[in-house]
Design a protein around this ligand. Structure first.
Ligand SMILES: [Cu+2]
Length: 284
């Protein structure tokens, strides 16, 4: 009971700070579930508006987290607990293909579903991405299809790699964290998917990714206390540590090993070999 005594003043403070957003005098605090996000796309279909939000206002090459909600245009309110699925497809001149993505799952807010998509290539003048959203509300299934623009990041650095492994399988490796690298030992997370066919990508378990960050502009020096990326079954991603000892341009050289320890892609950095063919890079 003691904690209530301490929580109460905090609750009062929170209420007083947010009370301007509600004009009735009950204690319901209206929280905007997409307050910290930017709208990426709004699609009108079936008398609904499907809103896609992200940390940026665009679909960017690489790993993107999205929040999706569906508005009933007739009532101007958002549907609760909609079942939503998505299929991104890139229409290229010679063929069409999809990309790695998670399912969309209802978040802590009943009107918002969250998930991620990893775009492995941007669109261009003649080749484009199309997003198909299928959603179910009160037992009725609806579909919305929209052409979307997927662009390379403003800094044109590499945060995703699509490549053929030594096992003749195609993989997509994307940097998930750090979002904002800093001078420290950063938590490092990457997602690895195998391309089963043009439309199916599955998360790969129990591989390993060797991590060797270098500063090519400064004698290609490395950094201490890095940790290779190992599989995390809970997230189906790979976690490690990325040590950045100063600001500037870093190339994170990577080597992908399969579960037997065989190299599938990438080379060790040595005196004579300054970089791996598998890498992420960025400048901060
Ligand atoms: Cu493509």
């Amino acid at each position: 009971m003691k904690t209530i005594k301490y929580l109460f003043p905090i609750l009062c403070l929170v209420l007083s700070l947010t009370s301007c957003s509600t004009d009735d005098d009950d204690n319901n605090i209206e929280i905007n579930p997409v307050a910290d996000l930017m709208m990426v796309k709004s699609i009108t279909a079936n008398n609904h508006t499907i809103e896609i939000y992200g940390k940026d206002n665009q679909f960017t090459l690489g790993y993107n987290e999205f929040s999706v909600r569906v508005k009933n245009n007739a009532t101007d309110s958002y549907f609760e607990n909609p079942t939503i699925s998505w299929v991104p497809v890139m229409h290229m001149t010679a063929m069409s293909h999809s990309c790695p993505r998670s399912a969309l799952a209802i978040s802590e807010f009943s009107t918002v579903a969250k998930g991620f998509i990893i775009f492995q290539m941007p669109g261009n003048d003649t080749e484009y991405w199309e997003l198909t959203l299928t959603y179910e509300i009160d037992g009725t299934s609806y579909e919305a299809v929209e052409r979307i623009s997927v662009v390379a990041p403003a800094d044109s650095m590499t945060r995703v790699s699509s490549f053929m492994g030594a096992d003749d399988s195609r993989y997509v490796l994307a940097m998930v964290k750090p979002e904002n690298p800093d001078v420290m030992v950063n938590d490092f997370t990457a997602a690895l998917y195998k391309m089963e066919n043009m439309m199916t990508f599955t998360p790969v378990a129990d591989y390993m990714v060797g991590v060797d960050p270098r500063m090519p502009g400064m004698g290609n020096h490395s950094s201490p206390n890095n940790e290779d990326l190992t599989y995390n079954a809970a997230t189906q991603m790979y976690d490690g540590k990325l040590s950045l000892t100063m600001t500037g341009y870093w190339k994170v050289n990577l080597i992908l090993y399969n579960a037997d320890g065989a190299v599938l892609k990438g080379e060790e950095v040595t005196e004579t070999n300054t970089e791996s063919s598998l890498y992420f890079d960025f400048e901060f």
